[in-house]
Design a protein. Sequence first.
Length: 157
Amino acid sequence: MELDKPGKIGPRLRRHAEGPACDAKIALPSDRSSPSAPPGAFLPSCGRVQAVDAPNHTVLLGARNISLENLAGYLPDFEDMGRPVVDQTGLSGTFDFSLSWLPERNGVPSSGASEPMNSEGPSFLEALRDQLGLKLKPTRAEIQMLVVDHVEQPSPN
């Protein structure tokens, strides 16, 4: 994951220090996905990524006070990319963000969907670029991975 335009972040990504503090009371907006809602403002707490259903079968993903390294680690949980995502933006510190996109459903409505599937919205990659100013670029990078090389039965107490 890297910046789409060097030195420039998107409109739905902001440094946490420029937004409300984690202990501040935030009035949750009625339309959480509105561009006028501050990034991450639909979340009552900091430090975790959360996804909620939004209008027209879109998904709204957001967080307050997380690093871009953490965001990169969470992205494959919400959109299957077939590989891990590594932060190569060069940006440090913590951020607030909101990302809204229309998930691919392979033409099959989810069970219990009451609305017809004629929804419109950006794809995940378009939303990542246009809303957060980030893009995914295939590359090779080192990642941490847990390897279990030996297992034994516990001894009796």
